[in-house]
Write a protein that binds this ligand. Sequence first.
Ligand SMILES: [Fe+2]
Length: 218
Amino acid sequence: MRPAPLAGPDAEQDVFRRLATSVNVPPRLSNLGRMNTLASRAEQLAQALLQESLSRRWAHVQGVAARARSLAPVLGADADLLEAAAWLHDIGYAPGLATTGLHALDGARYLRDTQHADTMLCRLVAHHTCAVIEAEERGLADILGLEFEPVPEELSSVLTYCDITTSPDGELVPAERRLAEIQQRYGPEHLVSRSMQRATPMILRAVEQVQDRAARSA
Ligand SMILES: [Fe+2]
Protein backbone atom coordinates (compact mmCIF):
# COMPACT_ATOMS: atom_id res chain seq x y z
CA MET A 1 0.00 0.00 0.00
CA ARG A 2 1.36 3.45 -0.91
CA PRO A 3 1.12 5.81 2.09
CA ALA A 4 -0.80 9.05 1.60
CA PRO A 5 1.38 12.20 1.80
CA LEU A 6 1.71 13.42 5.39
CA ALA A 7 1.88 17.10 4.56
CA GLY A 8 -1.25 17.34 2.43
CA PRO A 9 -4.93 16.82 3.26
CA ASP A 10 -5.95 13.25 3.84
CA ALA A 11 -7.65 12.14 0.67
CA GLU A 12 -9.57 9.28 2.26
CA GLN A 13 -11.06 11.54 4.92
CA ASP A 14 -11.93 14.14 2.26
CA VAL A 15 -13.84 11.48 0.35
CA PHE A 16 -15.59 10.49 3.57
CA ARG A 17 -16.53 14.10 4.29
CA ARG A 18 -17.82 14.64 0.74
CA LEU A 19 -19.92 11.50 0.98
CA ALA A 20 -21.26 12.54 4.37
CA THR A 21 -22.16 16.02 3.09
CA SER A 22 -23.81 14.70 -0.03
CA VAL A 23 -26.36 12.69 1.94
CA ASN A 24 -26.56 15.22 4.78
CA VAL A 25 -25.22 12.76 7.36
CA PRO A 26 -22.68 14.07 9.88
CA PRO A 27 -19.34 12.26 10.26
CA ARG A 28 -19.13 9.60 12.95
CA LEU A 29 -18.83 11.28 16.35
CA SER A 30 -15.92 9.08 17.40
CA ASN A 31 -13.84 10.45 14.53
CA LEU A 32 -14.52 14.14 15.07
CA GLY A 33 -11.78 14.78 17.61
CA ARG A 34 -8.96 13.29 15.58
CA MET A 35 -10.17 14.20 12.11
CA ASN A 36 -7.32 15.51 9.99
CA THR A 37 -4.96 16.07 12.90
CA LEU A 38 -1.24 15.63 12.31
CA ALA A 39 -1.38 12.63 14.66
CA SER A 40 -4.13 10.90 12.69
CA ARG A 41 -2.21 11.30 9.43
CA ALA A 42 0.97 10.09 11.16
CA GLU A 43 -0.90 7.03 12.42
CA GLN A 44 -2.00 6.13 8.88
CA LEU A 45 1.51 6.56 7.54
CA ALA A 46 3.11 4.49 10.32
CA GLN A 47 0.51 1.77 9.85
CA ALA A 48 1.18 1.60 6.10
CA LEU A 49 4.92 1.33 6.69
CA LEU A 50 5.05 -1.02 9.68
CA GLN A 51 1.91 -3.09 10.26
CA GLU A 52 2.49 -5.86 7.72
CA SER A 53 6.26 -6.02 7.53
CA LEU A 54 7.14 -5.37 11.20
CA SER A 55 4.09 -6.37 13.25
CA ARG A 56 5.85 -6.38 16.65
CA ARG A 57 7.35 -2.96 15.96
CA TRP A 58 3.84 -1.78 15.00
CA ALA A 59 2.51 -3.05 18.37
CA HIS A 60 5.27 -1.11 20.14
CA VAL A 61 4.53 2.05 18.16
CA GLN A 62 0.82 1.86 18.99
CA GLY A 63 1.75 1.69 22.69
CA VAL A 64 4.14 4.66 22.40
CA ALA A 65 1.42 6.71 20.70
CA ALA A 66 -1.06 5.74 23.43
CA ARG A 67 1.43 6.98 26.07
CA ALA A 68 1.77 10.28 24.19
CA ARG A 69 -2.01 10.64 23.88
CA SER A 70 -2.42 10.01 27.62
CA LEU A 71 -0.12 12.99 28.26
CA ALA A 72 -2.19 15.36 26.09
CA PRO A 73 -3.59 17.35 29.04
CA VAL A 74 0.00 18.00 30.20
CA LEU A 75 1.35 18.84 26.74
CA GLY A 76 -1.20 21.46 25.71
CA ALA A 77 -0.43 22.93 22.28
CA ASP A 78 2.35 20.37 21.66
CA ALA A 79 0.09 17.34 22.13
CA ASP A 80 -0.74 16.74 18.45
CA LEU A 81 2.90 17.15 17.33
CA LEU A 82 4.22 14.81 20.02
CA GLU A 83 1.63 12.13 19.32
CA ALA A 84 2.54 12.36 15.62
CA ALA A 85 6.22 11.93 16.51
CA ALA A 86 5.33 8.93 18.68
CA TRP A 87 3.57 7.27 15.73
CA LEU A 88 6.51 7.92 13.43
CA HIS A 89 9.58 7.56 15.65
CA ASP A 90 10.43 4.01 14.49
CA ILE A 91 9.47 4.15 10.77
CA GLY A 92 13.19 4.13 9.95
CA TYR A 93 13.12 0.37 10.61
CA ALA A 94 10.71 -0.18 7.70
CA PRO A 95 12.00 -2.13 4.71
CA GLY A 96 13.03 0.30 2.02
CA LEU A 97 13.66 3.12 4.49
CA ALA A 98 16.46 1.47 6.49
CA THR A 99 19.68 2.48 4.73
CA THR A 100 22.25 3.91 7.19
CA GLY A 101 21.55 1.53 10.10
CA LEU A 102 20.56 4.50 12.28
CA HIS A 103 16.77 4.23 12.18
CA ALA A 104 16.23 7.69 13.64
CA LEU A 105 18.13 9.28 10.74
CA ASP A 106 16.54 7.05 8.08
CA GLY A 107 13.03 7.80 9.36
CA ALA A 108 13.64 11.55 9.59
CA ARG A 109 15.11 11.68 6.09
CA TYR A 110 12.06 9.89 4.68
CA LEU A 111 9.73 12.33 6.45
CA ARG A 112 11.73 15.33 5.18
CA ASP A 113 12.44 14.20 1.62
CA THR A 114 9.40 12.10 0.68
CA GLN A 115 6.66 13.36 2.97
CA HIS A 116 7.82 17.01 3.18
CA ALA A 117 6.74 16.84 6.80
CA ASP A 118 6.83 19.58 9.43
CA THR A 119 10.45 20.43 10.33
CA MET A 120 9.97 19.98 14.07
CA LEU A 121 8.39 16.57 13.46
CA CYS A 122 11.44 15.50 11.41
CA ARG A 123 13.78 16.80 14.12
CA LEU A 124 11.88 14.95 16.85
CA VAL A 125 12.15 11.66 14.95
CA ALA A 126 15.83 12.27 14.12
CA HIS A 127 16.78 12.85 17.75
CA HIS A 128 14.35 10.57 19.58
CA THR A 129 15.51 8.73 22.70
CA CYS A 130 19.08 10.09 22.64
CA ALA A 131 19.69 8.95 19.03
CA VAL A 132 22.81 11.12 18.92
CA ILE A 133 24.61 8.59 21.16
CA GLU A 134 23.96 5.73 18.73
CA ALA A 135 24.89 8.12 15.91
CA GLU A 136 28.27 8.66 17.61
CA GLU A 137 28.79 4.91 17.88
CA ARG A 138 28.01 4.56 14.17
CA GLY A 139 30.15 7.53 13.10
CA LEU A 140 27.03 9.43 11.99
CA ALA A 141 26.77 12.10 14.69
CA ASP A 142 28.04 14.94 12.47
CA ILE A 143 25.63 14.04 9.68
CA LEU A 144 22.69 13.74 12.08
CA GLY A 145 23.46 17.12 13.66
CA LEU A 146 24.01 18.85 10.31
CA GLU A 147 20.81 17.56 8.78
CA PHE A 148 18.54 17.84 11.82
CA GLU A 149 18.87 20.40 14.58
CA PRO A 150 18.33 18.95 18.08
CA VAL A 151 14.97 19.70 19.69
CA PRO A 152 14.25 21.51 22.97
CA GLU A 153 14.53 19.20 25.97
CA GLU A 154 10.92 19.74 27.04
CA LEU A 155 9.81 18.12 23.76
CA SER A 156 12.48 15.43 23.41
CA SER A 157 11.99 14.24 27.00
CA VAL A 158 8.33 13.43 26.29
CA LEU A 159 9.16 11.21 23.32
CA THR A 160 11.95 9.53 25.29
CA TYR A 161 9.54 8.88 28.17
CA CYS A 162 6.88 7.38 25.89
CA ASP A 163 9.38 5.17 24.02
CA ILE A 164 11.25 3.90 27.04
CA THR A 165 8.17 3.10 29.13
CA THR A 166 6.67 0.97 26.32
CA SER A 167 7.65 -2.66 25.80
CA PRO A 168 8.33 -4.16 22.35
CA ASP A 169 4.74 -5.46 22.48
CA GLY A 170 3.25 -2.08 23.35
CA GLU A 171 2.68 -2.56 27.07
CA LEU A 172 3.42 0.03 29.74
CA VAL A 173 6.63 -0.97 31.58
CA PRO A 174 9.04 0.72 34.01
CA ALA A 175 11.98 2.39 32.23
CA GLU A 176 14.53 0.24 34.06
CA ARG A 177 12.88 -2.97 32.86
CA ARG A 178 12.74 -1.71 29.28
CA LEU A 179 16.44 -0.75 29.37
CA ALA A 180 17.33 -4.20 30.74
CA GLU A 181 15.22 -5.84 28.01
CA ILE A 182 17.17 -3.97 25.32
CA GLN A 183 20.48 -5.18 26.80
CA GLN A 184 19.15 -8.73 26.87
CA ARG A 185 17.72 -8.63 23.34
CA TYR A 186 20.85 -7.26 21.66
CA GLY A 187 23.51 -8.75 23.95
CA PRO A 188 26.15 -6.86 25.95
CA GLU A 189 28.63 -6.33 23.08
CA HIS A 190 26.16 -4.92 20.56
CA LEU A 191 26.42 -1.31 19.42
CA VAL A 192 22.79 -0.66 20.41
CA SER A 193 23.38 -2.02 23.93
CA ARG A 194 26.50 0.12 24.28
CA SER A 195 24.61 3.19 23.06
CA MET A 196 21.72 2.63 25.46
CA GLN A 197 24.12 2.10 28.36
CA ARG A 198 25.76 5.45 27.62
CA ALA A 199 22.35 7.11 27.18
CA THR A 200 20.80 5.63 30.34
CA PRO A 201 21.47 8.59 32.70
CA MET A 202 19.90 11.01 30.17
CA ILE A 203 16.99 8.68 29.50
CA LEU A 204 16.22 8.26 33.20
CA ARG A 205 16.45 12.02 33.72
CA ALA A 206 13.95 12.57 30.89
CA VAL A 207 11.58 10.02 32.41
CA GLU A 208 11.80 11.74 35.79
CA GLN A 209 11.20 15.17 34.22
CA VAL A 210 8.04 14.01 32.45
CA GLN A 211 6.73 12.20 35.53
CA ASP A 212 7.31 15.37 37.61
CA ARG A 213 5.59 17.49 34.98
CA ALA A 214 2.58 15.15 34.91
CA ALA A 215 2.41 15.09 38.73
CA ARG A 216 2.51 18.91 38.91
CA SER A 217 -0.37 19.29 36.46
CA ALA A 218 -2.52 16.57 38.10
FE1 LIG B 1 10.58 2.93 19.89
